[in-house]
Design a binder for this molecule. Structure first.
Ligand code: NAD
Length: 484
């Protein structure tokens, strides 16, 4: 099988924050990979724009180093790299000042697609948008890409939406949630809506419950200051986990088109019940051995911020009433592993008797590592000795099924940036979706702040606080052991 790469139209992409960590680790290496895949059409150009004083050559060296460090295949593409670097330019700019803006306006071409990637702190989004407008760089053919965090509550998200909307229409705004760019997450939609097999069973009549786990092995690292103001609820639950929940729970959209999909996701968020404090567990990791604990890492001995959260959510609609969604995410857990598990109900009657045990079909969507999908089915254990049942996986590891070439997926950022150029907003969050997700999260966070709730300590390298296990045990269920 040969990958089908669809070239995109010629574009000028300006990366505000072009010298930042995200540009270095994801955006520049991602663009290089798309260039190698011959997807950077015509004479498309990339302009780094940031506060650092540097010239074009210095920026090219910066990009060369970033690509060498973060694209494992770069070494085999030396000739491509030189041609790619020729497409790069740089402008020293201050989002809040006046320097650099005329230079930038002279660089971006009016006749091609223009994309402005706001890879800077959200407090600068308004300044950037206003200056782009003032210097005549906004036009119907241009797009802005905004990074997370999109607000820290409903009020701030609304304010951000209003600010950007002063200068750009909703169809020009691309709010990135890189989880939506993951191959498997899109496969979730293909599996649901491209097959007859699953959709008839995709409801509370057949699904016992759903588990979503996003576990990280690392701690807060160098992001301590930001993280301590956010916590797992704001950093992961309100956005990434919520988006995954929406894709699982939404009704089939009439078409695979941006607003059709986003309308259905929005309905899911609006149908979520308030989560009472009895259905939520918050945790904070402790130090062990050489690993410092959370409070030490963020330099705040009194921090009540959670590095772990687990909760039980209910969606009040016809499809899902009675089927709980258990979500958990945290840092410094046993392994870096993320998956969604659709756990189907037991067969209504076991003809094999009690000794055959309890067996269930589970559809598992692994997000990381080793993206893939697995369907657990019950079969007879081979050999003599009567009808003993076992569960085996029907495994669909993409690498095995498609061959290494086709399973070499673009990184989520690569895919999403190309979607921006194509003008396809399907995998980006709409303003009302983000606001609805904050409207759901706000009362939960407000209650913690009001009560000065203390997160439960958990050991680094564990599965989180024991109370998170109880959240499911009390319902007669248990978390799956999510393995890397
Ligand atoms: P960073 O601190 O490493 O880089 C910030 C960039 O913004 C630098 O290029 C800096 O020169 C530029 N900048 C700062 N103030 C400026 C100003 N006044 N005018 C012009 N440029 C200015 O940040 P980062 O980690 O690259 O993150 C950028 C954005 O992406 C943030 O909103 C962050 O929350 C988001 N994000 C980052 C990551 C990540 O992995 N780094 C992941 C998800 C989201």
């Amino acid at each position: 099988m040969v990958s089908r790469v669809i070239p995109v139209e010629t574009f000028d992409l300006v990366i505000f924050g072009g010298t930042g960590d995200l540009a270095r680790r994801k955006i520049l290496p991602g663009l290089f990979r798309r260039f190698c895949a011959e997807q950077m059409g015509g004479d498309s150009r990339i302009v780094g724009a940031a506060r650092s004083e540097m010239d074009r050559d210095a920026y090219r060296s910066f990009a060369r180093e970033a690509i060498a460090e973060f694209d494992p295949d770069a070494a085999g593409h030396e000739t491509h790299l030189e041609t790619f670097l020729d497409r790069l330019d740089y402008v020293t700019i201050d989002a809040r000042g006046e320097t650099g803006w005329e230079d930038l306006a002279a660089l971006v071409r009016p006749e091609v697609i223009r994309a402005f990637y706001f890879s800077v702190a959200p407090s600068l989004f308004g300044d950037l948008a206003e200056r782009l407008h003032r210097h005549g760089m906004d036009c119907d053919n241009c797009r802005v890409v905004v990074e997370k965090p999109f607000g820290r509550d409903l009020e701030s998200a609304r304010a951000l939406n209003r600010t950007i909307a002063t200068y750009f229409d909703e169809h020009q705004i691309y709010r990135i949630d890189h989880y939506l760019g993951k191959e498997t997450v899109q496969n979730l939609m293909a599996i649901r809506f491209g097959n007859m097999l699953f959709e008839p069973l995709w409801n509370s009549q057949y699904v016992d419950h759903i588990q979503i786990t996003v576990a990280e092995e690392v701690g807060v690292g160098g992001r301590g200051e930001y993280y301590d103001r956010a916590g797992a609820m704001r950093d992961m639950m309100q956005n990434h986990m919520m988006q995954l929940l929406c894709l699982i729970a939404m009704e089939p959209p009439a078409k695979f088109e941006p607003d059709a999909v986003r309308d259905e996701k929005l309905k899911v968020i609006r149908a979520l019940d308030h989560v009472p404090s009895t259905d939520i567990v918050r945790g904070q990791y402790e130090g062990s051995g050489d690993c410092p604990g959370y409070r030490h890492q963020v330099g705040n001995r009194d921090s009540n911020t959670e590095s772990f959260v687990a909760l039980r959510a209910h969606i009040s609609n016809w499809r899902w009433a009675g089927t709980p969604f258990y979500l958990r995410t945290g840092k410094r857990l046993r392994e870096r592993a993320s998956e969604i598990a659709i756990v189907f109900k037991d067969a209504p009657h076991s003809i094999f008797g009690a000794e055959a045990g309890r067996h269930r079909n589970i559809l598992t969507i692994r997000l990381q590592p080793n993206e893939g999908i697995e369907l657990g089915v019950t079969i007879k254990e081979p050999g003599p000795g009567g009808m003993r049942l076992i569960d085996v996986p029907l495994d669909m590891s993409f690498a095995e099924a498609l061959g290494p070439e086709d399973a070499d997926f673009p990184d989520a950022y690569e895919r999403l940036i190309m979607d921006v150029i194509r003008g396809n907003q399907t995998l980006f969050m709409r303003g009302d979706e983000v606001e609805a997700a904050w409207a759901w999260a706000d009362p939960i966070i407000a209650a913690w702040e009001r009560e000065e709730a203390q997160p439960l300590p958990y050991a680094a390298g564990s599965a989180g606080p024991d109370d998170a296990l109880m959240l499911m045990h009390r319902d007669g269920r248990r978390w799956r052991e999510v393995k890397a």
